[in-house]
Write a protein that binds this ligand. Structure first.
Ligand code: ZN
Length: 266
């Protein structure tokens, strides 16, 4: 729960904080957020979304995750919730004028490039070069982390995909084929993602990370291309740079390690 002793912050404060971070220069911004960490803000999730839109340049495109939490039912752009990405993400895709991609790994966007970013994309890799985060990166986009760290940064999976990491997990989802639900299996680079935080210091040391306070939380703004470049560089040196060491007690990373022997050669 949001601590109740903090007064909710007005939109004008948030907009000023976003400007101080440099947000108004971003042509495309992919936002990952925790309202619990940055709030309370006046208007709740809608207030935070309004502040983002007010702080961005008028010709900028705002992008948030809207992926499904459910691998049992076909994805429906009009109704499938996105609870796991936080209340701001699950509020954003429902707003008028927001376009949502029709994919279990959906993203939603508003702005001039929204249709390009959310155009049909393949099931796998979910966050590859031909995905909303891949397109946002190619279009000069930035990543804004609001009260979350790089473990929530989907663009790190784009870097893993581009580097061709040797680990992957088998996932399942249900899609409609000619109106009939069909179960599809696919491979996704998945692990606990905690060690994505390693990139934080690497970006900071290179002067590529803008940081500040937004609401009551910590905010980071970085160009997506810089995330990919620095992460791919690290993965070239060590393809397992973002996994916990094998047998270190992390079940999810151990599954990724196990997949190395069984995955097709890349
Ligand atoms: Zn792990």
């Amino acid at each position: 729960m949001v601590p109740s002793d903090r007064p909710p912050l007005p939109l004008s404060t948030l907009v000023a904080q976003f400007h101080a971070l440099g947000l108004s220069a971003a042509p495309v911004v992919v936002v990952h957020s925790s309202l619990r960490a940055v709030g309370p803000v006046e208007g709740g999730p809608l207030g935070l979304i309004a502040a983002l839109r007010a702080a961005l340049a008028p010709d900028a495109t705002l992008v948030l995750p809207s992926m499904s939490d459910d691998d049992e039912h076909p994805f429906d752009t009009a109704s499938t919730p996105c609870a796991s990405m936080g209340v701001v993400a699950d509020t954003f895709w429902r707003q008028p004028g927001v376009v949502r991609s029709d994919n279990p790994a959906s993203f939603a966007a508003v702005g001039p490039l929204a249709s390009v970013i959310t155009a049909p994309h393949p099931i796998a890799p979910p966050h590859g070069i031909d995905s909303p985060v891949g397109r946002a990166c190619a279009l000069g986009g930035s990543v804004l982390l609001l009260g979350v760290d790089h473990s929530a940064n989907t663009t790190m999976h784009l870097a893993e995909s581009m580097a061709g990491v040797p680990y992957a997990s088998r996932k399942e989802c249900v899609v409609l084929r000619d109106g009939v639900p069909a179960r599809v299996t696919y491979e996704e680079t998945d692990h606990c993602c905690e060690n994505f935080q390693r990139i934080d210091g690497w970006l900071r040391d290179r002067g590529l990370l803008a940081e500040g306070t937004v609401g009551y939380g910590h905010a980071r703004l970085v160009r997506a291309a810089d995330v990919v470049r620095v992460a791919v560089e690290a993965l070239r040196g060590d393809p397992y740079a973002f996994l916990h060491p094998r047998g270190a007690g992390c079940e999810e990373c151990d599954l990724a390690w196990e997949s190395v022997a069984t995955s097709p050669a890349r």
